[in-house]
Design a protein around this ligand. Structure first.
Ligand code: XIL
Length: 367
């Protein structure tokens, strides 16, 4: 009974959110009107994605590039003003923090954590165990299983300890699966076997018992072989009392693919396991050049991701993987594609930005 009611409620909420995307006018215009209606003396704080998100019961975050943060004042102002959580785009990855074995360099990551504290933002830690962006000494070192296990334990313990108390959510394990649902053939799986995942969560939890620990991946927005394999894994981990608290859905979409319209169905199964969820790396790329049709499809892609999150009670963060096309990782990684972010290269809002604002405005009072 309870179950039936819940799914009806979700169904009608989907309908409302879907309709909204097509009927509301620009939210930024609505905000300006509201501000003027307040009249003189009524100090209406500017509505930012972060402040709108707060009313909808979730954080709105962005990935932050260390160089841009240090050198680009308008970029810094946007990060500070618009968002309520931040993720280091690269500064907390293994190759960044331990380029030489045994010598840590926390400088860039510490900068971001300080910045976040000053701006009352929460920090998502990204990432502890991944197959990519590993230091050369680790990739090229011919370690035994025993040595590698100890290296991983030390890395997790030292890094989580360094940031203890400062990290809201850790992406403990990143991209462990192939699209067909099998575990990715990484240095970790090859040498340590599938148990490295549970170990990583246990070590991270020991080092900072208050941090929320996530498993994070891409192509798991909808219900598919990969998201189902991840669902089965976290079900097992929870049964074994492994301290996994959340599932991060990266949300790297492209306008040339169909949007994951079954995202709420997928996210709700994690929710029912008692897990938190988050959209951790949203962007929607397109074959270049951009045009208005592609920009509208992009807005819809962002909208689907955000609506999926809003419809899932335990979804507490929606992070975009950068907010301006100026610094996007997309053109380097997907040649011929780009324009994946919500603001253009001059920080002018694209339709996607309006969609996020409208959708968050509609969801005010969600919690
Ligand atoms: C990307 C960064 O944006 C790039 O700057 C870097 O060169 C490569 O990694 N999934 C992830 C992120 O979990 O860490 C990746 O970030 C994008 C894909």
């Amino acid at each position: 009974m309870l179950k039936a009611n819940r799914s009806v409620a979700v169904g009608s909420a989907v309908a409302v959110l879907l309709v909204s995307a097509f009927t509301l006018s620009s939210a930024s215009a609505a905000t300006d009107d509201a501000g003027r209606r307040g009249g003189p003396g009524h100090s209406a704080a500017p509505q930012t994605l972060g402040s709108l998100g707060k009313k909808a019961g979730l954080r709105i975050g962005t990935a932050v590039g260390a160089t841009a943060l240090a050198e680009d004042a308008p970029y810094r102002a946007k990060v500070a003003g618009e968002f309520s959580s931040v993720t280091a785009e690269n500064a907390m990855k293994w190759e960044s923090v331990e380029p030489t074995r045994g010598t840590y360099d926390w400088a860039a990551a510490d900068e971001l954590v300080d910045f976040a504290k000053k701006n009352r933002q929460l920090v998502r830690g990204h990432t502890l165990v991944w197959h990519s962006q590993l230091p050369a000494w680790l990739n090229d070192g011919d370690f035994t299983a025993e040595e590698l296990r100890e290296i991983l334990r030390r890395h997790i313990t030292d890094q989580v300890t360094h940031f203890k108390g400062d990290i809201w959510q850790w992406d403990v394990v990143n991209e462990a699966f192939n699209d067909d649902g099998t575990l990715r053939d990484s240095i970790w799986l090859r040498k340590l076997g599938p148990g490295y995942i549970a170990d990583a969560f246990r070590w991270a939890h020991e080092a900072d018992p208050k941090a929320r620990l996530f498993i994070n991946d891409y192509n798991i927005e909808g219900v598919n072989a990969k998201s189902t394999a991840l669902y089965e894994l976290v079900t097992q981990l929870r049964k074994q009392r492994v301290p996994v608290h959340g599932v991060g859905i990266q949300g790297h979409l492209g306008v040339q693919y169909s949007a994951p319209h079954d995202i709420a169905d997928n996210m709700m199964r994690f929710d029912r396991l008692g897990l938190e969820t988050a959209i951790t790396e949203a962007d929607v790329r397109m074959p270049m050049p951009a045009d208005s049709t592609k920009l509208e499809a992009q807005a819809e892609g962002y909208g689907v991701l955000l609506r999926g999150c809003l419809l899932t009670p335990g979804c507490n963060d929606f992070t975009v993987w950068g907010f301006t096309d100026t610094y996007s990782w997309v053109p380097d990684t997907f040649p011929g594609q780009g324009a994946a972010n919500i603001l253009d290269e001059n920080y002018a809002p694209k339709p996607a930005y309006g969609t996020l604002r409208q959708t968050l405005t509609l969801a005010a009072g969600r919690h």
